[in-house]
Ligand binder design. Structure first.
Ligand SMILES: NC(=O)c1ccc[n+]([C@@H]2O[C@H](COP(=O)([O-])OP(=O)(O)OC[C@H]3O[C@@H](n4cnc5c(N)ncnc54)[C@H](O)[C@@H]3O)[C@@H](O)[C@H]2O)c1
Ligand SMILES: [Zn+2]
Ligand SMILES: [Zn+2]
Length: 362
C-alpha cells in the first residue's frame, strides 16, 4: 500500500518549487521506508531546480536528512523499524572492484531504492541524490540509512548526510589534515566551514578561511579559523603565504567550485602540499592553465573529493559521537528551522548568503 505524504517537488527548470502529494510505496526487498524528521536545504537542491544536474523532472528534492525507519523490506537486516538514521546518497554494493579491494567509499556500483515514488497521478519522481527527503516519508535502499545515537537532534544529525560530511571528509579523509598542519579553506559555506571545524578538531595549527563575504568570514572564525582573508580585497595567495612564513599551506581546500579558485589553492600551497577539490564545477569549466613545470615542480597531490571520501557506516556514528561529546558543533550550522512550505524562500536566503543551512523539520 502506498503512503500519501506531502513533498517538495521541482516540476520544471527554474520554476519555483511546490508542495505536492507524493505516493511512497511500502518497502520491497533491500528497501527501507523512513519517516523524515529533518532535512537541510543544500545548494544541490537549487541546482536540481535550475536544471544544473539533469533534466529528469519532476524532482522530489531534499537529501540532507535524518529520521526514523518505519518499515523495511523482507530481506533487510542492517536497519530495523524504530532505528534513528541518517540518510546517504548511495548504498555501496560490496562487490564491485573498489569494494572488493577494501575501498567501499569509491564503490562504482552504488544503488538507490528500486521502486519509484510518484505524484498522485502516477508520474514517477526523480529523488534528489537518490533520497528525496523534503517529504514526510521517503523510500531509500536500506544501505542508504545508517543508524546513529538517537540522542542527537535530527536537524543537526541530518546535516551529516551531505555538506558537513563533504567538508569534514575533504579535510580529514581526502586531505589527510593532522596535528601541526597549516590549512587554507577557500569558500566558507556549509562545506568550507565543516572543513574548518574538522581541521581544528584534528589539531591543525593554522586554519585560514578565504571568502568574498565578510559575514561568512565571521562565521568561519566561530568555527575555528585562526585567520581570515577577504579575497575581494586582497590576493589570497600572497596573504596565505605571508601567514605561513612565506611557504604556503600544507593543505588547501577548494570549497567553491571555480577554476580561478582552484588556481589560487594550487599556488597558495607549500611545496609537496595537497590541494583538495570539494567544490563542484559546472560542465563548462576547464582546469586552469597551470604551467606543467609548476605542476611537476611543486610536487604533492591534487585530489578531488567525492562526498568527502566518506564511509557512512564509519563516519556518521563517529561524528554523532563527537557532536554529543561537544567536540564537533553541528548545531552551529543550523541557521533556522522551517516547514516544507518554506523551501523556496530558503533558496533565496541561500542565494543572498544569509544562511548557512535552513533545515526543514517535520
Ligand atoms: N564534493 C562533494 O561531494 C560535495 C558535497 C556537497 C557540496 N559540494 C559543493 O561544495 C561547494 C560549496 O557548497 P556550500 O553548500 O558550502 O555552498 P555555499 O554557496 O554555501 O558556499 C560557497 C561559499 O563560497 C564563497 N565564494 C564564492 N566565490 C568565491 C571566491 N571566488 N573566493 C572565495 N570564496 C568564494 C561564497 O561567498 C560562499 O560563502 C559547492 O560547489 C557544492 O556543490 C560538494
Ligand atoms: Zn561497490
Ligand atoms: Zn547536498
Amino acid at each position: 500500500m502506498a503512503h500519501e505524504v506531502r513533498g517538495v517537488v521541482a516540476r520544471a527548470k527554474g520554476e519555483p518549487v511546490s508542495v505536492e502529494t507524493v505516493l511512497v510505496p511500502d518497502p520491497g526487498p533491500g528497501e527501507a521506508l523512513v519517516g523524515v524528521q529533518a532535512c537541510g536545504v543544500c545548494h544541490t537542491d537549487l541546482h536540481y531546480r535550475d536544471g544544473g544536474i539533469g533534466d529528469d523532472y519532476p524532482y522530489l528534492l531534499g537529501h540532507e536528512a535524518a529520521g526514523v525507519v518505519e518499515a523495511v523490506g523482507p530481506d533487510v537486516t542492517g536497519v530495523a523499524p524504530g532505528d534513528f538514521v541518517i540518510l546517504n546518497w548511495r548504498a555501496v554494493c560490496g562487490e564491485c572492484r573498489a569494494c572488493r579491494r577494501g575501498r567501499p567509499w569509491y564503490c562504482f556500483a552504488t544503488h538507490n531504492a528500486t521502486q519509484k515514488m510518484t505524484l498522485a497521478d502516477g508520474t514517477p519522481l526523480s529523488p534528489a541524490l537518490g533520497i528525496g527527503a523534503f517529504a514526510e516519508k521517503t523510500l531509500v535502499a536500506a544501505g542508504q540509512a545508517t543508524k546513529v545515537d538517537p540522542r542527537a537532534r535530527p536537524e543537526a544529525a541530518g546535516l551529516l548526510g551531505c555538506g558537513v560530511m563533504a567538508g569534514y571528509g575533504a579535510a580529514v579523509n581526502t586531505g589527510g589534515v593532522q596535528r601541526d598542519d597549516t590549512v587554507a579553506v577557500f569558500g566558507c559555506g556549509g562545506v568550507g566551514n565543516a572543513a574548518i571545524a574538522a581541521a581544528r578538531l584534528v589539531g591543525a595549527r593554522t586554519v585560514i578561511a578565504v571568502d568574498l563575504d565578510p559575514r561568512k568570514l565571521e562565521w568561519a572564525t566561530d568555527f575555528g579559523a585562526t585567520h581570515t582573508v577577504d579575497a575581494s580585497k586582497e590576493d589570497p595567495v600572497e596573504r596565505i603565504r605571508a601567514l605561513t612564513d612565506g611557504n604556503g599551506a600544507d593543505v588547501c581546500i577548494e570549497a567553491v567550485g571555480r577554476p580561478e579558485v582552484l588556481e589560487q589553492a594550487f599556488y597558495a600551497r607549500d611545496l609537496a602540499g595537497t590541494v583538495v577539490q570539494v567544490g563542484v564545477p559546472t560542465p563548462d569549466m576547464a582546469l586552469p592553465a597551470i604551467p606543467m613545470i609548476d605542476f611537476f615542480g611543486r610536487g604533492g597531490a591534487l585530489r578531488p573529493s567525492w562526498y568527502g571520501d566518506c564511509l557512512p557506516s564509519r563516519d556518521f556514528p563517529l561524528l554523532i559521537d563527537l557532536y554529543l561529546q561537544g567536540r564537533f558543533d553541528l548545531d552551529r550550522f543550523v541557521s533556522e528551522t522551517i516547514s516544507l512550505d518554506g523551501v523556496e524562500d530558503a533558496f533565496h536566503k541561500m542565494e543572498r548568503g544569509e544562511v548557512l543551512r535552513s533545515v526543514v523539520t517535520i
